[in-house]
Ligand binder design. Structure first.
Ligand SMILES: [Zn+2]
Ligand SMILES: [Zn+2]
Length: 135
């Protein structure tokens, strides 16, 4: 762990942690994302979306701050102050598919921080039962 964490990365981690506590979800930012099937899939989705990503005006001015991405609103990358708008859009779309199996179900949200990036998705009960212990 010789690499120093940037301020943006540290804030992203703290925000993801706080999110997770509020929702009583699990905190998965402290482990290697690629070792976890849910977060690995979420990162994959982010990478797929990254080509068409639109950053909010604040990020366009200063990219060195925590960045937020929600799987339900894949085209948008937002700064902290824009997250309420993203959350509204997430609710409006309500196209919640399990990040792992893709089924429409009642989902539990989870938040993953990777560097300055905070990613959010949801998983269904079946997948949680199948993969849960790894999370
Ligand atoms: Zn913004
Ligand atoms: Zn599922």
């Amino acid at each position: 762990m010789a690499e120093k964490e940037s301020d943006a990365a540290r804030e992203a981690r703290q925000i993801a942690h706080a999110h997770t506590q509020r929702e009583e979800g699990r905190w998965v930012g402290g482990i290697k994302v690629e070792d976890n099937p849910f977060s690995a899939k979420l990162v994959e989705r982010y990478n797929e979306a990254a080509e068409d990503l639109r950053a909010c005006p604040h990020l366009q001015k200063n990219f060195d701050q925590p960045r937020f991405w929600v799987e339900a609103v894949p085209e948008l990358l937002a700064c902290k102050q824009c997250t309420p708008a993203v959350a509204r859009e997430e609710q409006a779309r309500a196209n919640s598919c399990c990040v792992l199996c893709g089924s429409h179900a009642k989902l539990r949200g989870f938040t993953v921080a990777s560097g300055p990036l905070v990613m959010r998705g949801g998983f269904c009960g079946d997948c949680e039962q199948r993969e849960g212990p790894q999370l």
